[in-house]
Design a protein. Structure first.
Ligand SMILES: C=CC1=C(C)c2cc3[nH]c(cc4nc(cc5[nH]c(cc1n2)c(C)c5CCC(=O)O)C(CCC(=O)O)=C4C)c(C)c3C=C
Ligand SMILES: [Fe+2]
Ligand SMILES: [Fe+2]
Length: 332
């Protein structure tokens, strides 16, 4: 086995296409994960197959069509993750550290990426789940998938799984820079910067998922980096799925109530997403904007995710370089 160290970036996942079959197969893999939907399988399986997977692929497919990267004929999440890996690879080339990337659900799979790194002589793999705030529904399941791949190997590479990085200074600076850049292009200035994160069922948090604490730590650090008072950067949760109680407050409830309180100009940032995807481009950039304007809002801007911006790549580089020095400190 080679003695190089390689980096494995693990993003959430995305469908191969916008057609019913592609979206169904992605949603089926994703929503069958017991880390994501914790209902007992004999209850959830019939509901998933008999209800969710009949209708949702059409609805989600239509939304994916709106955001699809027509130039690359691919999903934005995959296009951006690929570019992040390429840019990070360039920065680490002089250290002889190759970079591979994978999707937890869909392709390229974690198995393919591990195979590629091992073939390049990597006997050590630094695994980086691309989720700045830890949740069992994202970070843990990405690591599960990696370990499942290793279960099949007679000769396993050594693996270091990286912790989340909610207050990493490079990450916070990159987020603040993204906000400042975005506001600098406007003829108006927002009265409020809403920080919207993907939500979670409340019961997962009650059972010990630290996710909301890490979201709060990110928002506090971001407000400080911007020099904004914390009450001007409210934390909200988006993308509720299913009927159970989710983390509060909900992004759409908060945002549509703002015009009634005289807040008619807002910016929305989505720090939990390292790459723009359906949840940022469509749910925030289109749907939430429409709802805000319909509720009497006047100006709305969605701050782009870090993507392959210099700050975004600097964030990944910082996280990986710390790991190359040994086990990183836990944050916050
Ligand atoms: C029980 C359902 C879900 C949980 C829990 C959940 C947690 C969670 N998700 C992300 C990040 C992303 N989710 C994305 C899409 C997406 N998420 C769910 C459901 C849950 N997510 C669904 C059904 C979908 C598919 C789209 C849809 O039909 O609405 C994506 C975007 C993928 C893309 O292709 O663009 C991301 C990214 C986090 C960070 C998180 C918990 C912290
Ligand atoms: Fe999600
Ligand atoms: Fe969602």
């Amino acid at each position: 086995m080679g003695d190089r160290t390689g980096v494995l970036l693990m993003a959430l996942g995305t469908p191969e296409g916008t057609d019913y079959r592609s979206v169904r197969s992605f949603l089926s893999e994703f929503l069958s994960d017991q880390r994501v939907v914790e209902l007992t399988p004999w209850l959830w399986k019939p509901l998933l197959e008999g209800v969710v997977l009949l209708s949702r692929p059409f609805r989600s497919g239509a939304l994916y069509k709106r955001i699809w990267d027509e130039g690359e004929n691919d999903s934005p999440l995959r296009v951006i993750t690929r570019r992040q890996a390429a840019a990070l690879g360039k920065r680490l080339a002089r250290d002889d550290v190759p970079v591979a990337w994978a999707m937890r659900y869909g392709r390229p799979s974690i198995a393919e990426a591990v195979e590629r790194l091992v073939a390049q002589g990597c006997g050590r793999i630094i695994a980086l789940p691309l989720f700045p705030q830890y949740s069992a529904t994202t970070n843990a399941t990405a690591n599960d998938a990696l370990f499942r791949v290793l279960m099949k190997e007679r000769r396993q590479p050594a693996v270091m799984t990286l912790p989340s990085f909610p207050t990493n200074p490079a990450y916070i600076q990159a987020l603040a820079g993204r906000v400042r850049e975005s506001l600098a292009t406007l003829a108006w200035q927002p009265q409020l910067l809403v920080a919207s994160f993907h939500g979670l069922p409340l019961s997962y948090v009650e059972k010990g998922d630290p996710y909301p604490l890490e979201c709060a730590a990110t928002v506090k650090a971001l407000a400080a980096a911007l020099g904004w008072p914390e009450n001007k950067v409210p934390l909200t949760y988006q993308s509720r799925f299913g009927f159970n109680a989710w983390l509060q407050p909900s992004t759409v409830d908060v945002v549509t109530a703002l015009p009634g309180r005289g807040i008619k100009r807002i910016a929305v940032t989505t720090p939990g997403f390292m790459a723009d995807c359906i949840e940022t481009l469509d749910e925030i950039g289109r749907d939430l904007k429409q709802r805000f304007l319909a509720a009497g809002g006047e100006d709305f801007v969605a701050v782009p995710c870090l993507n392959e911006s210099p700050g975004g790549i600097a964030t990944l580089e910082s996280v990986v370089r710390q790991a190359l020095q040994g086990y990183p400190a836990l944050q916050p």
